[in-house]
Each structure stands twice: as structure tokens, then as C-alpha cells.
Design a protein around this ligand. Structure first.
Ligand SMILES: *[C@@H]1O[C@H](CO)[C@@H](O)[C@H](O)[C@H]1NC(C)=O
Ligand SMILES: *[C@@H]1O[C@H](CO)[C@@H](O)[C@H](O)[C@H]1NC(C)=O
Ligand SMILES: *[C@@H]1O[C@H](CO)[C@@H](O)[C@H](O)[C@H]1NC(C)=O
Length: 408
């Protein structure tokens, strides 16, 4: 018996960092205060960063773009999008969200080109990742609800607007043998005061959208979008799926923000996204079918993101879950990273990975995003983008830089 304990003590001492020694029958042994973490956390650091291009359709000024691979291209969904007034450097007619495509090279890396049309983020000579898609007619990609002052979201009272801003790119749940892609997105039914951006409903309800797309050579063909439920999550409920998501194995893992800070997690079999009765929620370290309240601290998954905008993904290379995004209250292009062996955690304390350059406007940088699907199998790093916002006198369009950060 004594022998076994000594053996265990040695084993634990080498594998557990947080083991505390206690006395046991005149011998010091070690007990574990929490679940053993035998696999060390994946904690990549930046080795180098290469500023590659601006992601742009030069005739459009658009912010807060996120991306996902669909078929043989990358689909980008963005928030506010304005059209260039022909023959000028001015952009007008704001649409609340739009989508576009970028191409890949043969080896799957983004098809960056040297020079191109002049406009937003492009002086005709600098490198761009050219966004294509339906233009100049721009239907709102995620349609506004019938009560949301369609088609622009700006209401006739002139003081308020509905935003229909996607926080995360589409979550692909299926690619059929014939190539048809099915994806979903949750968008907050947010209405705000136009001038101050003050929300008129503090915890708005959430619309679930479904997308289906049969890959098409014509980049003007976008996924077909339908509204599954304009009130999928009710007002004052956790908006699972808006903060980010990861599809892994048979589950889609959905993150949502808690009211008083913190990030909550739900999961759903990947082929049942529309079926509310099959959702499970991670509360107090266990999966339960009872949805927690939006202010329940037991629903928080510590360090699963900072609550600033970012991207969740699974790194095949590192066999680790990763979150990359902005600090909780920040308007800088400082990318933080956190990793975990499972969607439920434990997540490492977020640490700084890379700092990009900022605009000089009121919101210098926001909507920090990672683009894991652009990686080739042998790439050890991550593609990042963010929105740079400048004073109109400095630069009159949103700029979306694309950077590759390699890891050590
Ligand atoms: C992106 O566009 C901005 C504004 O035109 C420009 O200053 C910057 O050099 C461009 N970045 C790249 C990588 O081309
Ligand atoms: C492709 O497969 C999906 C799902 O199996 C089916 O719904 C769709 O009609 C098919 N599309 C085409 C173009 O064959
Ligand atoms: C949703 O899931 C429940 C539980 O598995 C099932 O009984 C029900 O038929 C499903 N609803 C739909 C619309 O598929």
C-alpha cells in the first residue's frame, strides 16, 4: 500500500503543477485539488508577422468582416457597407450588412494580387485580396425583420436604427456530397439611437438565419438566406452563437455573452441546429437541458474569450481549441489568444499575440477576426484581419488589413 502511494506521489509530482503536499502516515504525498491536466496547454507565440494586403472591394467601404470557407471560395460577411459615389472618393447609402467572396490560390492560400481597381483600401498599386460579389446592387444579406425599418434599418423617425450586424461569420454545419453547403448564423435584433449608438433594448432577442449554397462559378451568386426564427433566443436570454462557434465531431458549440460579463456555452448536435429542445447548456461544470439566466455566474466559462469580439476555432495541427480576438474593453488592434483542450475549457488566461496598426478615428480598430480556414496543412500560424477606422480627413473609407502571424 505504502509503495503504491509513493509511486503515485512521484507520478503526480511530475505531471501536476498545482498539487499540494500533505502528510500521510509519516510520508509526504501529493493530492490533486482539481482534475489533472496531463497535456500541457498549447500556447503559441508570434514568431513573425507579415502584412499581406487589404481585403476589399474598392467600390465598397465595409466594416467588421468575418470569413468562412464555402465551396471553392471564402465568403465574407460584413456590417455597415457604403457604395462609392462614382467618380469620387466619397461613400454613401449605408447597408447594414453585406457579403462578398474572395478567391484562393491553387494551394488554398488567399489569392492576393498586386494592384487592382482604385477605391477603399486600394490606391491601384498596393496588394489587395479582392472581394467579389453582387454590385452595385446590394441587397442586405441577412434580411431585416418586417418591424425593423427595412430596407436600410434606419427608421423614418431619423433617430433610431436596427443594425442586423453579424458578430460572427456563418457556421457551416454540412457540406453534402454534391457540394451543397448548409450554414447558420445568429444575429442580435439590436436597435439603437443613431447618433450615440446607445442600445434601445439592453439584451435584445436573436434571429437564427439559415444559408444554403451550391458552389457556383459566378461570384455574384451568394448563399440563399432564410429566417428560421426571428426570436430564436428571446429578449433577456443568452444569445448563444453570436459570440462565436466551433463545429467539432457531432456537435456545434455556441458561445454567447452573459449580462454582467463572461461567456456562456451551449451545444447542439450539428444536424439539429433548428431544434431548440435539443440544446444543452454548460452550467457549473455540467451539461444540462435547462437554459441558464443571462446573469447566472454559474454559466460562465472562464477565459473562453475576453468578451471582446473574436473568433473560435479548432486547430487540427495543435489539437487544441483556440480563441483569438480583442480585449474586453479596447479599441486597439491588440490580438489576444486563449486556448483549451475542450470547448468547455479549461481556457488559458488570454495573452497578447500580435498588435496591428490602428486608425486615427474615434474607434481606431475593432472587429478583430482570425481566418483559420485559409491555412494550408503545413502553415503554423494564423491569418488575422480587423477594421481600421480613420478620421474622414485622413481616409474616408474603412480599411481591412490582412496579416499572417507565424507561430513558435
Ligand atoms: C491599405 O490601405 C491603406 C489606405 O489606403 C493604406 O495606407 C495601406 O498601405 C494599405 N495596406 C496594404 C497592405 O496595402
Ligand atoms: C445536393 O444535395 C442536397 C442535400 O443532399 C439536396 O438537398 C440538393 O437538392 C442537392 N442539390 C443539387 C444541385 O443536386
Ligand atoms: C426536436 O427534437 C425532439 C427531441 O429529440 C424531437 O422529439 C422533435 O421531433 C424534434 N423536432 C423537430 C422539428 O425535428
Amino acid at each position: 500500500m505504502m509503495h503504491m502511494f509513493s509511486f503515485l506521489a512521484v507520478l503526480l509530482a511530475i505531471s501536476i503543477t498545482y498539487a499540494a503536499p500533505i502528510q500521510y502516515e509519516s510520508k509526504k504525498i501529493f493530492v490533486i485539488s482539481q482534475k489533472p491536466t496531463l497535456i500541457p496547454h498549447y500556447m503559441p507565440q508570434a514568431k513573425s508577422a507579415t502584412i499581406l494586403a487589404n481585403v476589399t472591394d474598392p467600390d465598397l467601404s465595409r466594416d467588421s468582416c468575418g470569413s468562412v470557407k464555402m465551396g471553392f471560395r471564402t465568403l465574407w460577411t460584413c456590417r455597415d457597407t457604403a457604395i462609392r459615389v462614382p467618380g469620387t472618393n466619397q461613400f454613401a447609402f449605408v447597408f447594414t450588412n453585406t457579403a462578398g467572396w474572395t478567391d484562393h490560390q491553387q494551394d488554398e492560400a488567399p489569392a492576393i494580387q498586386q494592384g487592382g481597381p482604385i477605391g477603399a483600401g486600394s490606391d491601384g498599386t498596393n496588394s489587395i485580396l479582392l472581394m467579389k460579389g453582387p454590385r452595385p446592387t446590394l441587397p442586405t444579406f441577412y434580411p431585416l425583420g418586417p418591424n425593423m425599418c427595412p430596407n436600410s434599418g434606419a427608421c423614418d423617425d431619423g433617430t433610431s436604427r436596427w443594425t442586423a450586424w453579424p458578430d460572427s461569420p456563418p457556421m457551416v454545419t454540412d457540406t453534402a456530397l454534391n457540394g451543397t453547403v448548409t450554414a447558420y448564423t445568429w444575429v442580435s435584433n439590436n436597435q439603437m439611437v443613431s447618433s450615440s449608438m446607445e442600445p434601445l433594448t439592453p439584451q435584445p432577442s436573436t434571429t437564427l438565419f439559415k444559408m444554403t449554397y451550391t458552389p457556383d462559378l459566378n461570384p455574384d451568386v451568394l448563399p440563399a438566406v432564410s429566417t428560421v426564427d426571428g426570436n430564436f433566443w428571446g429578449e433577456h436570454e443568452i444569445a448563444y452563437g453570436t459570440y462565436g462557434n466551433v463545429v467539432k465531431g457531432e456537435y456545434a458549440y455556441l458561445y454567447g455573452l452573459l449580462h454582467l460579463g463572461g461567456v456562456a456555452l451551449a451545444r447542439i448536435p450539428v444536424d439539429c441546429v433548428e431544434n431548440k429542445s435539443q440544446y444543452e447548456y454548460y452550467v457549473d461544470g455540467k451539461w444540462t437541458s435547462t437554459k441558464p439566466a443571462i446573469d447566472d455566474p454559474a454559466a460562465a466559462v472562464p477565459n473562453a474569450g475576453t468578451t471582446g469580439q473574436g473568433t473560435f476555432y479548432f486547430s487540427d495541427r495543435a489539437q487544441s481549441y483556440v480563441w483569438i480576438g480583442q480585449a474586453s474593453i479596447s479599441v486597439s488592434a491588440d490580438f489576444y489568444i486563449s486556448t483549451a483542450p475542450s470547448p468547455e475549457g479549461p481556457w488559458t488566461s488570454p495573452y497578447l499575440l500580435y498588435s496591428g496598426s490602428n486608425g486615427d478615428g474615434d474607434l481606431p480598430s475593432y472587429s478583430l477576426q482570425a481566418h483559420p480556414h485559409m491555412l494550408r496543412e503545413y502553415d503554423d500560424g494564423i491569418y488575422l484581419t480587423w477594421t481600421q477606422y480613420f478620421k474622414p480627413s485622413t481616409y474616408a473609407a474603412y480599411v481591412t488589413p490582412l496579416v499572417y502571424v507565424s507561430f513558435v
